[in-house]
Write a protein that binds this ligand. Structure first.
Ligand code: AMP
Length: 125
């Protein structure tokens, strides 16, 4: 079910539980600002999610309310993960679904990193 991007943060969402260690994950990278882990239902040979440690529903919430340090830390973490996965030279795709029309399902900001094969042109079906 897609979520309302304007809703208040719900700390019972699955990624909040992952951040608290209540649900296991396959961690790729973690620092002060972000956690990166393998998507449970990969859509490409490489499919990793990067989430901020702070409580933000979506990209809109994060870009409006996060501190400069949180934004810098998160953006640098996304770049670091893609780089250490060896995806810069072959290329990769970032995706941050926001709200109903994008079919965002988990109400904690996450950036998808896709790679590991030619991904083709961007599709907006
Ligand atoms: P979105 O549609 O952008 O909200 O994507 C949510 C993503 O979270 C989907 O790609 C799911 O496969 C992924 N996902 C859901 N639960 C888990 C989990 N426990 N561990 C890893 N990935 C998950």
């Amino acid at each position: 079910m897609p979520i309302d991007a304007t809703q208040l943060y719900d700390d019972q969402n699955i990624f909040a539980k992952i951040l608290r260690g209540e649900i296991p994950n396959r961690t790729v990278y973690e620092d002060e600002w972000a956690l990166a882990f393998h998507d449970i239902n990969p859509q490409a040979p490489e499919h990793v999610l990067v989430i901020p440690k702070g409580a933000y529903v979506c990209w809109d919430d994060f870009s409006a309310k996060a501190s400069e340090a949180e934004i810098a830390g998160f953006v640098r973490a996304v770049g670091h993960v893609a780089r250490t996965m060896g995806l810069v030279e072959p290329g990769y795709r970032l995706l941050a679904n926001t709200g109903f029309d994008a079919h965002q399902e988990v109400p904690h900001l996450h950036v998808h990193i896709f790679g590991g094969k030619p991904l083709g042109p961007m599709l907006v079906r």
